[in-house]
Design a protein around this ligand. Structure first.
Ligand code: 3HC
Length: 660
């Protein structure tokens, strides 16, 4: 290797391997195509053109991955020159062959750089994707036009519009890469580049889009739009891709760029970027910085009800050995059926084979004897949410498990400190609050109790991540973050009912904001009876001066528990949801009893008020130090309460709605 006079960019270097320039992008951690990367590549291509010693170029990247995309931190600001599409155009136009040597995650703008090269060589294990839609945008540097020319229209629509990821072998089969390197990647790419010298270059822009089934492609676009609901980027991305078949290359490119620039400045894209960075921020937990998690092999679950069964499935799916304990053999049989049922549904829909299901079941030890947990590294209890029951269970468990076995409570509302009172080695107590269905919901609140040690916290967070969850560390307060804010939200909905709004108006306002379903429709779906029994239990201790709305109680007293009883906040004769005059009368009667004059609410007023109370409660939670940052609260709603990611969460929304 001979050194070449350096490039101006600090993020790109180059050397001469005999007669091939090896251009190395070095922008850790993921080699994002930041301005200096783009500038370095552009300079390398232009200087190579004028340098007679260079016959070809290989573009590669240092570290764990090739370019994982444009630099997202540059979005939302005026684009800095040179722009990525121009750099791609310069690579493609180069008279000297350019080969991309790919490894790691070749994503977004990184994949686009590769598509503009004259050939692509990948290391085994390389993964490819155009994940722009997840950021509320579409590709902005040619993928919508170049990818269909290489892999065909249907595969391109699936990648760009539906986020399909390709492994190296599939990328090879589809024609995205020319070869998967058997040995050293860079050596293979240099050899390949030399082989292209003196031959006509295969420029992706000059290829025709291979013939495809137009009806199937259009159906795919429609399906993508439908699945995305109100998120605009997937449909836009799919349509921009389909346009490659109808427009000359440069026009297709211009259409793509215009859509990219429009979307990158949109509210949805800004919110999705907020969530992207929020997820990475949430992983920074000061209290456990540098604390190595303990290994966890055997996972214990006490209680195989709906929540427990979901936890067991999540744990087995994540590769843990699991011991399940129930009170007796009958309860164990029911629990086993529940777990079996979850995987059976996966088998029925073709996501799992019978053999794989059997292998998963075989990883579970079922027992009615707590002593079966003696070898567990972490036990999570998912038994009835009652303080005495949970306290007794932990006391008995403490006599069985190792002193360093983590004891996690899945309580929703009880105080974990009280559950762990008197526990020997209380440093291993922690809350692990899953959301139902626990095998599917991504949120897990990890509750840092008064006695939880950094090691316990670090291990529990690591376990939650291994389970595929997004752990949000919270302190102890009633309902933790999610249920505490949800309770305030729910109460405010009810206040508005007695002030003049109707359930369907509140639902419509929130659906207008972007929630998939308004809260009253959700209550009806999940059933009103559980919350009612909780209210009845708490009735004796409720402050008589507290504002309390009785409409939900009246509904339950009338046997209206929601969809399952054919009526709740709505009526469901023949299964169809309808506004029910009975509920309207109940609301009016409540206002009259309280002496309140009913008035109309605009959708904006409803939304402002609800976001306002959620954010105010969030501010209190922050002031109490329950969570580290406002964006953690947003993540709770985005990953645990069905808030679309493109809404960004209540704290984010409140900041957007606040007049400046
Ligand atoms: N731009 C800027 N920063 C990025 C980035 C990007 N494209 N991708 C990752 N980062 C940052 C992260 O914020 C994080 O920073 P931090 O350490 O300060 O928190 C750091 O890189 C490491 O990221 P992860 O924690 O996510 O690391 P992982 O190893 O878990 O994952 C990854 C690596 C798979 C590359 C993942 O980061 C990822 O999916 N990144 C986003 C990829 C993407 O969306 N690319 C498309 C961008 S849009 C585009 O290219 C438009 C184009 O068409 C013009």
């Amino acid at each position: 290797m001979t050194a070449l006079p350096p490039l101006a960019s600090p993020l790109v270097r180059w050397d001469l391997a005999d007669d091939v320039a090896l251009v190395t992008i070095d922008n850790p951690p993921v080699n994002a195509a930041a301005r200096d990367v783009r500038a370095g590549l552009a300079e390398a291509v232009s200087r190579a053109a004028a340098d007679p010693r260079i016959v070809a170029l290989v573009i590669t990247a240092a570290g764990r991955t090739f370019v994982a995309g444009a630099d997202i931190r540059e979005f939302g600001r005026p684009p800095l020159e040179p722009w990525l599409p121009d750099v791609c155009a310069a690579i493609e136009a180069s008279a000297k062959p350019v080969v991309a040597a790919l490894h790691g995650t070749v994503l977004g703008g990184g994949c686009e750089l590769a598509l503009a090269a004259h050939a692509r060589i990948a290391a085994p294990g390389t993964r490819f994707a155009q994940p722009e839609i997840d950021l509320g945008i579409i590709p902005g540097a040619g993928a919508t036009q170049r990818l269909p020319r290489l892999v065909g229209m249907i595969a391109a629509i699936e990648m760009i519009g539906a986020g399909r990821r390709l492994a190296a072998d599939e990328a090879l089969r589809l024609g995205l890469v020319d070869a998967v390197a058997a040995g050293d990647l860079v050596t293979a790419a240099i050899t390949h580049a030399r082989g292209l010298v003196g031959r006509p270059l295969r420029r992706t822009r000059d290829l025709a889009v291979p013939p495809f089934d137009r009806a199937a492609a259009e159906a795919a676009v429609v399906a993508i739009d439908r699945r995305a609901r109100r998120q605009v980027s997937p449909g836009e991305a799919a349509r921009a891709t389909l346009a490659a078949a109808d427009l000359p290359f440069d026009e297709g490119l211009a259409r793509e760029r215009a859509t990219f620039l429009r979307l990158v400045a949109s509210d949805q894209a800004a919110a999705l970027r907020h969530v992207f960075f929020a997820e990475r921020e949430a992983a920074r937990i000061d209290r456990i910085a540098g604390v190595i998690p303990a290994p966890v092999g055997r996972f214990g679950v006490v209680g195989a009800g709906t929540m427990g069964a979901g936890i067991v499935v999540a744990a087995v799916d994540a590769g843990f050995d699991v011991t399940v304990v129930e009170m007796n053999d009958d309860a164990l049989t029911v629990g086993r059926e529940r777990i079996d049922g979850i995987w059976s549904r996966a088998v029925a829909s073709g996501r799992l084979t019978e053999a794989a299901k059997a292998a998963k079941l075989a990883k579970i030890r079922f027992t009615a004897d707590l002593a079966g947990l003696a070898d567990a590294d972490l036990v999570v209890e998912a038994v009835y949410d009652d303080l005495a029951v949970k306290r007794d269970l932990f006391a008995r468990l403490a006599a069985i498990v190792r002193a360093d076995c983590i004891l996690a409570t899945n309580t929703s509302y009880l105080d974990p400190n009280a559950i762990g009172e008197g526990l020997p080695h209380p440093d291993r107590l922690v809350g692990l609050h899953f959301f139902s269905p626990a095998n599917l919901m991504r949120l897990t609140e990890v509750v840092d109790t008064a006695t939880t040690s950094p090691r316990t916290l670090s291990t529990t967070v690591a376990v939650a991540k291994k389970l595929g969850k997004l752990p949000i560390v919270t302190g102890v307060c009633e309902g933790f973050v999610g249920n505490r804010i949800w309770a305030v939200f729910r109460r405010e909905c009810e206040f508005m009912l007695e002030e003049g709004a109707l359930p369907h108006e509140i639902d419509a306002a929130l659906e207008g904001l972007g929630l998939p379903m308004g809260p009253f429709a959700v209550f009806d779906l999940s059933g009103l009876d559980i919350a009612w029994s909780l209210r009845k239990r708490k009735a004796a201790t409720r402050d008589p001066n507290e504002r309390y709305v009785t409409i939900a109680d009246r509904l339950c007293e009338a046997g209206r528990f929601g969809r399952k009883t054919g009526a709740g906040w709505y009526a469901y004769a023949d299964g169809v949801k309808r506004i029910d005059p009975y509920v309207t009368r109940l609301c009016e009667a409540e206002s009259a009893t309280k002496g309140l004059n009913r008035r109309g609410f605009t959708p904006d007023e409803i939304v402002d008020r609800l976001i306002g109370v959620m954010a105010a409660e969030g501010e209190k939670i922050l002031a109490e130090g329950i969570v580290a940052r406002a964006s953690d609260i947003d993540l709770v709603f985005v990953t645990g309460y069905g808030w679309p990611r493109w809404l960004g969460g209540p704290m984010y929304r409140a900041a957007q709605r606040r007049p400046v």
